[in-house]
Design a protein around this ligand. Structure first.
Ligand code: DX5
Ligand code: ZN
Length: 208
């Protein structure tokens, strides 16, 4: 399992220390929640903040913003994967974008969005991010409805030879990560579970 700690839960007043603590662990990715106060009620940071981060990890940027395709170019230079929300754009526009994309792109679906809406887009995706909480805030409880979506995505991937990674985000702890792994998930995002502990490596080990 790839582990992607979400910095939404880090201590922003002690950022250099948080960067050091994460860099001392063996997690592979770092998850960056961009929120604009419109697509979700909360507002966080943009590319000017991301470009200064000192994490030596794969940058996994999760855009929770309206009209993401008009802003995505700002994030691409500072991200390894950029993921935006299916709900934030028309499907035709998403398909056209994916067919011409020049970097690793993911799509995310909120808890109330059916996974089958992604069917035509799956061949072009590098990542599918299943939200297991309503996007906007950390510290919420895992919604088990995410598990069937993960199973479906894994079946489609194997049946059709698709290459996307399956990622889950929200309410991840040792128990919910295990359920996600059994369902076929490959990447877990965890904010509270890692950053609100005093031993990041131990928590990361518990999620694998
Ligand atoms: C929620 C964010 C998540 C959040 C997860 O909108 O997308 O990445 O940080 O936080 P936890 O792990 O605390 O549920
Ligand atoms: Zn996220």
């Amino acid at each position: 399992m790839i582990i992607s700690p979400s910095i939404l839960a880090m201590d922003f007043n002690n950022q250099p220390l948080e960067e050091l603590r994460i860099n001392q662990t063996d997690c592979e990715w770092i998850h960056l929640d961009v929120m604009d106060g419109l697509f979700v009620p909360n507002k966080t940071f943009d590319e000017s903040f991301i470009k200064k981060l000192q994490f030596k990890k794969v940058f996994d940027t999760h855009l929770m913003i309206t009209n993401p395709l008009s802003q995505i170019d700002k994030y691409i230079p500072y991200s390894d994967y950029v993921t935006f929300h299916y709900e934030a754009e028309k499907e035709d526009a998403i398909l056209a974008y994916l067919k011409n994309k020049k970097t690793r792109i993911g799509l995310s679906i909120k808890p109330n969005t059916k996974v089958e809406v992604l069917d035509n887009l799956l061949p072009y995706l590098d990542l599918v991010l299943v939200m297991s909480v309503e996007p906007g805030f950390g510290g919420q409880s895992f919604m088990e409805s995410a598990l069937d979506k993960i199973k479906y995505l894994r079946e489609q991937k194997e049946k059709n030879g698709y290459h996307y990674l399956i990622e889950v985000d929200g309410g991840i702890n040792q128990a919910t990560a295990k359920l996600c792994k059994e369902a076929g998930c490959e990447v877990v995002v965890a904010g509270t579970y890692i950053f609100k502990s005093d031993n990041y490596q131990k928590q990361i080990d518990n999620l694998r």
